[in-house]
Design a protein around this ligand. Sequence first.
Ligand code: NAP
Length: 325
Amino acid sequence: MTQYPKIYVAGHRGMVGSAIVRQLEAQDHPVDRIVTRTHEELDLTNQAAVNQFFKAEKPDQVYLAAAKVGGIHANNTYPAEFIYQNLMMQANVIEAAFRNGVKKLLFLGSSCIYPKLADQPMREDALLTGTLEPTNEPYAIAKIAGIKLCESYNRQYSQSHGVDYRSVMPTNLYGPGDNYHPENSHVIPALIRRFHEAKVNNAPSVTIWGTGTPKREFLYVDDMAAAGVHVMNLPLTTYSEHTQPMLSHINVGCGEDVTIIEVAEAVARAVGYTGAIHTDPTKPDGTPRKLMDSNRLNALGWRAKVGLDQGLKTAYQDFLANYAA
Ligand SMILES: NC(=O)c1ccc[n+]([C@@H]2O[C@H](COP(=O)([O-])OP(=O)(O)OC[C@H]3O[C@@H](n4cnc5c(N)ncnc54)[C@H](OP(=O)(O)O)[C@@H]3O)[C@@H](O)[C@H]2O)c1
């Protein structure tokens, strides 16, 4: 009989962590071989508590999807919390995993690790080639440290202890479990809320910030989770052929970007809003283009499956079920 690995998903109530649990279950991983703890049950910034947890549970694999995340405003207002908590969570989990015999771990970062002016699409080797976006630099530095923690443990302990810790850097994600906070959410959840409210209130038009021309990439979160499980389960020889010991992270994107106005139109379709969409060019646009180069992941045999229209329909159903007033 196959003995399934015992998998700890850190951050299982978050958007990404919950999608990883869904993905593992969809791949018939038994629920009783998935270990989770809420933030209240286990504060991952508490080193002693994390050590105790790993000693008691002895998981075989770890998905590290717990993080302190937030938008520009939160990152700007609480930079100390963003760098401290993320560094602590990563360092505690990775060290405790190693000390307790975890061979396989997947660390989740994000596209903010790349320099502000990185060439587009952003390749993995753009890491540490330039200055970061100042608004989320502390968060990005913590995420870069997470990649380097994984690489350093591999370099020191792969031969002696069989350690195999990998990192994935997803593009902008959306889908079930997203944050729909009116002032502090990403583009897609913010648009879903606004178009939903416009539909309910019969508003004749919705105005979106900026010119609508900047291009962004969006990936459905269950696609991201599938990519994460795919990367975790790749044979070490395959993974090593496509990465380097000190440049090991893998971008996770769909490979296509869309303009903000195209996203707004797609959200309006998903929500069923039929009014007009206006732009407000007096408001800032942000960077003109942000796209990941996902060739490394594609060469490793994975491609996104869920298109924007399909993903937005499901995201809107989740919004209606859980967040709509
Ligand atoms: N969302 C995106 O668009 C996106 C894009 C690229 C990469 N990512 C990456 O994916 C990862 C997860 O993001 P997400 O969007 O899923 O965030 P999320 O929805 O906010 O989930 C984060 C989870 O971490 C938990 N957590 C935070 N601090 C903790 C602590 N001290 N101890 C224990 N648990 C703690 C949170 O629990 P509480 O809520 O109870 O605090 C929450 O369940 C992050 O590394 C992020 O950089 C996300």
